[in-house]
Every structure is written in C-alpha cells, then in structure tokens.
Design a protein around this ligand. Structure first.
Ligand code: FAD
Length: 590
C-alpha cells in the first residue's frame, strides 16, 4: 500500500523483498479486516476506536487508534473497488463477522465488524495490492535481502541488500525508505509465524541507533494447533465456536461473563493457561478444545436466546482453510470433532516507533528521523497499545501504509539525496564474511532452538523476574556463542540460505534480548505483558511507552558487547482525540 501510494504521488518507487512478494506472511491472514461499515448491524468508528484502546489496555496512542478506526472504512471500500473478492451478504454488501473484543456501544455486545474473504482475507489483500503495484509500474527487487541501513548527516541515505541468487551486495540510495518487514514470532518455539519472520527490519535499524518501542508487548494468540502453533482464526469463535476444558466445561463463561469466548486475546490466552495449570487441560495435558461442531454451537446459540443456527455446510463455506489445516495436519475433522489447541506466539505490538504518518521517531519528544518510515507489524504507531485486537493488523497495514506512501511522496519532492558515506558496505560486509567463514561448534539451528525454548518457558504468557533473568543470562551466552563459536556449512555465494539464516538468527537474538529487558523493566501487568510478581495494572507509573536503545557509540558489529538503555518517558498520545472522546483508563472486563 505504501509503494502504491508513493508511486501514485509521483515518486519513483522500488520494493525490495527477501521473499517473492506474494509469499509475504500477510498471505496467511485468515479471519478478516475490521471496519465499522455497519453492514449487518449498527456500528461506528468511535466504537471501533474505543474497543481498540480498551483492547490495548489503554496504552494505545488514542490519536492513532482514532485514525485507524476512521480510515478503516475508506480503506476497505478502496480495496473492494480495486477488486478484492470479499464475501457478500444477501443484499450484496461486504459480509462481516464477529471477532474478539469488537463490540457495539462501548462494550455492550459483540458486533459484526470483520470484513472477510472466506478465511483467506490476507491472501486476497496481498494479491490485490500486488496487482495494483504492477499496474502502476512499481519496480520489484524480489529475493533481495536487506541487511543494513545507511545513516549519514543525521538522515537516512538508503539500505544495503544481498541478492540471494548471486550473493552480491547492492547499495540502494533513496531519499525516503520505508520498512514493512513484518514480525518476529520465530523467537518462540510455538508460533503461528513462518520461518521468514525473524525481525530483520527492527534489528537492522536498532543496530544503527534507532530505538525500539514497547518490545515487552508480544501477543500470544489463544488458538494455535496443539504443538504446531499453526493458527486457527478467531473467526472460528466469531462463527460460534467455543473453548472447552478437560471437564467438558465452557470455561470462558467464568473469565469473561459478558462476551465469553470473544474476549480479547490476552484475556483468552491467560484463561487457557490457567485452566491447564489447574489441571483442567484435556486428559490433564497442556491443551484445550476449540469446538465448532454444529451440535455444540447450536446448543450454546439456543441457550443465549439467539435465533441463528449453523450447519456443517456453513462451516465448510466460511472456514475452508481451517478445515483443511486440521484435516491435513491433525487428522481431525472440525465439522465432526473438536480441535486441540494451545496459545501460540503471534504478533508484535512493539517495534520501530512512528507517528501517524509512518515517520520514524527517535525519542519521547517525537523527533522525526528524516527519510525513514515504517509501517505494518514491524512498526509501532501504537494504535494497538499493550494488546492488538483481531482484524486490526490488516487495517493497520493498509491505513498506515497508505499514510506512509503519501508522506514519502511529499517528502521526496523537496528532499535531496543524502550523500553516501565512504564505503557504506564495509561493516556489514565484514559481518557477513565472519558468518560465512564460521567453522566452530554451533550450527544456527542449535542456538535458535535454545533461544526458542527459554523464551517459550520464561518470557511468554506469564512472566516473573527470576525466570526472565535466567533467560537473559541464557540469551547473552547464546550471543557469545553466535559471535565466537558459530558454524555454518555453505561458504558459497549463490543462494546461500545457510548464511542468511545465520544472519537472521542474529536478528532473532536482538529481538529476544530487547523483549526480555523491556519485560523485566515493566513492573506491572498490562495487556499481553502479564507479571506474576506484579499482577496489577499500574496507571500511576506505567501509562507510558518503553523505548529501548543501544548506548550511543556502540558499534553495529561485532555485536558481543552491547549496552542497552531503557527510557519510559514517552507518554500515551491523546492529541487528536477530542476531550469528550478520550477513553479514560478503567478496569478492563469483558
Ligand atoms: C496465521 C496468521 C493469521 C492472521 N490473521 C489475521 C487476520 O485475520 N486479521 C488481521 O488483521 N491480522 C491477522 N494476522 C496478522 C497479520 O497478518 C500480520 O500482522 C500482517 O500481515 C503483517 O504484515 P506486514 O506487511 O507487516 O508483514 P509481512 O506480510 O510479514 O511482510 C513482510 C515483508 O517484508 C519482507 N522482508 C522481511 N525481512 C526482509 C529483509 N531483511 N529484506 C527484504 N525484505 C524483507 C518480506 O519479504 C515480506 O515481503 C494474522 C497473522 C498470522 C500469522
């Protein structure tokens, strides 16, 4: 969306992507994109903004949440006009379904806000936007892997990328650069994220002195396929699916009496963990059931006094990919039997700090770094605060991607190219050569598994000082081994995925360490960050964002002695919200 709008604004635009673009992870997004169209029942952007701020446990910048909710409507209609094949209501309008935390009238009851194309909404968005980019002559550099950013004279001059096919390094000089490199779910062992989601963009800018914001807030989605982590969309619960414990109880009635299984993700993930911890997992194990069989769903719909009923055919039509995953990977047919699920690492609320025009900001005074932009999951415009609501990421991508594209097109009209420093590839070339020639003890796979294990055990849904400190020590040991004791097999140049995966491991280690440090620092529980030793939310001291940075002067490489500094002076922004529209923090119940 950013590339499309930069091009439409007159900028000469290139997209550099380590994957073939339509293989980007957005293609796996299932359930929907949220917009208060009100096609099936009354809805309003103000209710959407309220749900977003409440869902984010009041850490969301309210100006950003408001922009998200208001711009969502136009963005979805624009996608429709570009040809995105949304599902339709009987009247021919875009069909909408329920999703966790989305309500009408400030929390009164669940509302149908998620616009969907079966359970392949992200795939359709990606294909639609790619086609539009081709139509508008955006230039694509496919399978070019960005490994460094070039800063000079207080601004950003471009990036360095490796061409996968040849191993050659390329310098891309640009007046404006936008990072949209996605998340870092591969830090954890059970995750919905693909192998490619290794936090490259966040790590690259972090190493060059740009802070990362709110890294402690990482979302665990309640329903991943047991042990595999593959996502089962919240759309299943939106269609009426319920969570059942080992005693056959619908346990969410206890934790969220009002909207039950459709409470926000942090609440549902914690509830599942508590059920399991108290011995109420299925057969006493560490999973519960998600049941969307028509008998169960219709029984609960009848109990709730709803006239709607579902059939096996409805499920086949609305959730085809989910049925396919379960039949293929589990041998379970969700139309006839419940699915075994457990929480799975899913979404980074934190990332590269930006304002609402996707310009990267450097500090608590919102100082803009000229020429650098970020959007999508890698960015933290902080519309999601401490916990993102389902369907709000796809909105975030198109809304803030578009705003970033427009802002870049304006910026390049008056900006000059920033001159390149002498030898802009020297540092990164040395680092790549170090990795290429590593012949010691530890293959990246081994270090990655150890990182994932400790992060899963100690820095996941529930957190506590001592175990997190242990993880930090392990992570630092892993970094030492990464620097001094690594081993890779392929020393060539062409398609050296071995080398790039080892480089990606360095990024994952950065993500793991900044997450753990930020989580240790925040001595309260809020949204996706739940401390066993600080159980309450503390608005008095913690209604602020975390900025973590590398101490000034720390070299980008080698990365063994890094000193990180934490700053919590950046306040939640309410500048665009009118006084009577501001959402004052309250106790969060569903
Ligand atoms: C299974 C699943 C289901 C989901 N369902 C929904 C949903 O229904 N609704 C919703 O709102 N959200 C959903 N989400 C979340 C949402 O899909 C993601 O947050 C969002 O798609 C991320 O988009 P992005 O553009 O930021 O990154 P991505 O789509 O991950 O794209 C990242 C891009 O950056 C490129 N890249 C990365 N590193 C480099 C590098 N070093 N050099 C060059 N290029 C690089 C990649 O090639 C890729 O093109 C879901 C997520 C998952 C995992």
């Amino acid at each position: 969306m950013a590339a499309l709008y930069a091009t439409k604004g007159g900028a000469k635009t290139a997209v550099i992507s380590k994957l073939y673009p339509t293989r980007s992870h957005t293609g796996t997004a299932q359930g929907g994109i949220g917009a208060a169209l009100g096609n099936l029942e009354p809805d309003s952007p103000l209710w959407h903004a309220y749900d977003t701020v409440k869902g984010g446990d009041y850490l969301a910048d309210q100006n950003a949440a408001k922009v998200l909710a208001e711009n969502a409507i136009e963005a979805v209609i624009e996608l429709e006009h570009m040809g995105l094949p949304f599902d339709r209501t009987d009247e021919g309008k875009i069909s909408q379904r329920r999703f966790g935390g989305h309500t009408s009238n400030f929390g009164e009851k669940p509302v149908r806000r998620a616009c969907h194309a079966a359970d392949r909404t992200g795939h359709m968005i990606l294909q639609t936007l790619y086609q539009q980019c081709i139509k508008h002559d955006v230039k694509f550099f496919d399978e070019f892997h960005v490994i460094d950013i070039i800063r000079n004279q207080g601004a950003v001059a471009g990036v360095v990328a490796v061409e996968l096919g040849t191993g050659e390094l390329h310098v891309f000089q640009s007046k404006a650069t936008l990072f949209a490199t996605g998340g870092w779910g591969r830090v954890w062992s059970v995750t919905s994220n693909a192998h490619s989601l290794t936090g490259d963009g966040a790590a690259v800018v972090y190493r060059r002195g740009i802070p990362l914001q709110d890294m402690e807030f990482y979302q665990f989605h309640p329903t991943g396929i047991y042990k595999m982590g593959i996502l089962i969309t919240e759309g299943v619960r939106g269609e009426g699916g319920v969570l059942i414990n080992g005693r056959g109880e619908r346990f969410m009635e206890k934790y969220a009496p009002n909207i039950k299984d459709l409470a926000s993700r942090d609440v549902v993930s914690r509830s599942i963990f508590l059920e399991i911890r108290d011995g109420r997992g299925i057969k006493g194990k560490d999973y519960v059931y998600l049941d969307v069989t028509p008998d169960t769903v219709n029984r609960y719909l009848a109990e709730a006094g709803e006239s709607r009923r579902i059939t096996g055919e409805d499920i086949e039509k609305k959730l085809p990919d989910i049925l396919d995953f379960c039949r293929t990977y589990l041998g379970v047919d969700p139309v006839k039997e419940p699915m075994p699920i457990q929480p799975t690492a899913h979404y980074a609320m934190g990332g590269i700090p930006t304002n609402i025009n996707a310009e990267v900001v450097m500090d608590e005074n919102w100082t803009v770094l000229p020429g650098l932009y970020a959007a999508g999951e890698v960015a933290c415009v902080s519309c999601h605060g401490a916990n993102r609501l389902g369907t709000n990421s796809l909105v975030d991508l198109v809304v803030f991607g578009r705003r970033g594209g427009i802002a870049m097109a304006d910026y390049v009209k008056h900006a000059d190219y920033v001159p390149l420093p002498a030898n802009p590839t020297a540092d990164i070339e040395a680092e790549m050569n170090r990795i290429r020639n590593s012949k010691r003890q530890n293959p990246p796979r081994r270090l990655r598994q150890m990182m994932q294990k400790t992060m899963m055990e100690n820095v996941s849904v529930f957190r506590e000082e001592k175990p997190m400190q242990q993880s930090l020590d392990i992570l630092r040991g892993l970094r030492e081994r990464y620097i001094n004791d690594l081993s890779i097999d392929d020393r060539g140049f062409k398609f050296n995925t071995d080398l790039l995966e080892a480089w990606e491991l360095g990024c994952l280690l950065d993500m793991a360490e900044t997450t753990t440090l930020s989580a240790l620092n925040r001595t309260e529980s809020r949204g996706g960050h739940s401390r066993e030793d600080f159980k309450a939310r503390d608005d008095q001291n913690w209604l602020v964002h975390t900025l973590i940075s590398r101490e000034e002067g720390t070299p980008a490489y080698p990365t063994s002695q890094i000193t990180h500094t934490l700053n919590t002076a950046k306040k939640v922004d309410m500048s665009l919200a009118a006084e009577d529209e501001r959402f004052v923090p309250k106790v969060r119940t569903y």
